[in-house]
Design a protein around this ligand. Structure first.
Ligand SMILES: [Zn+2]
Length: 422
């Protein structure tokens, strides 16, 4: 997800309409728009919230690093107070009465949200799936960052946001230890990799996970080295030395295991939330050495969020056989005309590796719950796709038939192939 803060009190009392709903637009060919609206999508990345009964503890497993304690940032326009699109979305989702819908549908509530968005399957980036998020409507993508930090992290924390993040990672690692039946840090790196890391990945796979997600860009730059095992072992055993080398070694182990188990590796790429976020460290170009490593060619990597603002650079990475991207979050933070330009470049280059996604996230419920964010991102993403295909059609780059085919590929077929879905 892309985090930012969004107080909703004023937003909910405003009553403007979404400007784009009223705009006559010839930017999208009407036949293309109709075709795109009809396609049942596979959403490559989102954070759906599990429906819970009033007597239950509210769900908090929709992210390993939830938004709660970030220092304020200058918010981008589309996510600011009073966003007319969010207000329109709130009115549109269950006719503005999510509470009534939650009562009516109970455990089927989240599935009904997908039905409303014409999304067949949503990849759910969550700590655990849980009841109310049934497969295959929801496909699990758990978090793997915590496994990279078997040593105390005080030395790598650089600001208050990271302090909160690393505390959460420590909690998640403790959970992975417990689930693996390991009571304390194993004596050797090999034992740790086998008893905790491999065991966790296998459990995830057995529970239906289709990929592992890294929120690495929130914790450290995406530049991942290729250290000697002896270096990593020394740091693991002694607790001193180059911690980054140990992290890199563990990451590579995870990436190899994911390839072996048939799970993709998802990376947050591009800008993220919080005023301390290291944008330069989120540049997807930093991943190129991984993609170029012959030993990792059996692992498929997906660069989430289209790497914005490095979307054009990311285009070139699509030629790596195991590199994919989605345009989640761009569909919510950036306007369709902007997203369409990125999409067009990708579709003109390697369209088989481009995946639709929303990053539906409960930023500030009830006005900006995962339902509203998903609603806006779904409309916006489909419009951006329509704009890109229309422009390509009008410039005589593609036929109408090819436009329809590309729409199906981006909205569902590319994801079906990548994850081996029916
Ligand atoms: Zn996300």
């Amino acid at each position: 997800m892309i985090r930012w803060l969004l107080p909703l009190a004023i937003l909910l009392t405003a009553c403007t309409r979404a400007p784009e709903a009223a705009l006559p637009s010839d930017a999208v060919d009407s036949r293309i728009a109709t075709a795109i609206a009809a396609i049942k999508a596979i959403d490559n990345h989102a954070h759906p919230v599990r429906p819970t009964a009033a007597s239950e503890k509210p769900d908090n497993e929709y992210d390993a690093l939830p938004v709660d304690s970030l220092e304020a940032q200058s918010d981008y326009v589309r996510g600011r107070l009073g966003s007319p699109e969010l207000i329109a979305a709130h009115q549109a989702v269950f006719q503005g009465d999510k509470a009534a819908a939650a009562k009516t549908y109970g455990q089927d509530y989240a599935v009904k949200v997908l039905d409303q968005l014409n999304i067949e399957s949503m990849l759910a980036n969550r700590v655990a799936l849980g009841p109310g998020l049934p497969s295959p409507r929801f496909l699990w993508v758990p978090f793997a960052d915590a496994l990279m930090y078997p040593l105390p992290t005080d030395s790598v924390i650089q600001n208050s946001d990271q302090k909160a993040f690393f505390a959460l990672e420590a909690k998640l690692l403790a959970r992975y230890y417990a689930e693996s039946g390991v009571a304390a840090k194993p004596a050797t790196l090999d034992q740790y990799l086998d008893q905790v890391v491999r065991a966790t990945l296998q459990r995830h796979k057995q529970a239906g996970a289709v990929a592992e997600k890294f929120e690495m860009a929130y914790l450290r730059p995406l530049a991942i080295g290729n250290p000697a095992k002896s270096t990593a072992e020394k740091v693991y055993a002694s607790g001193v030395g180059d911690y980054r080398a140990l992290q890199d070694y563990i990451f590579r182990f995870i990436a190899l295991e994911c390839g072996r188990l048939g799970m993709a590796v998802h990376f947050h790429t591009g800008a993220g939330g919080g005023s301390y976020f290291n944008v330069a460290g989120s540049n997807p170009m930093l991943l190129e050495p991984l993609f170029n490593d012959p030993s990792l060619r059996k692992t498929n990597f997906v660069m989430l969020h289209g790497g914005w603002p490095f979307a054009r650079e990311e285009t070139a990475l699509l030629t790596k056989p195991n590199a994919y991207l989605d345009f989640s979050a761009q569909t919510y933070m950036n306007y369709p005309q902007d997203v369409a330009q990125n999409l067009r470049a990708w579709l003109e280059y390697v369209p088989e590796k481009v995946l639709f996604a929303t990053d539906a996230y409960p930023y500030a419920p009830p006005g900006a719950g995962w339902e509203e964010v998903g609603y806006v991102a779904n409309l916006s993403g489909r419009e951006a796709l329509g704009r890109a295909l229309t422009a390509m059609l009008r410039d005589h780059e593609i036929t109408r038939e090819r436009a329809s085919e590309l729409a199906r590929m981006v909205l569902r077929d590319n994801a079906r192939k990548l994850y081996g879905l029916k």
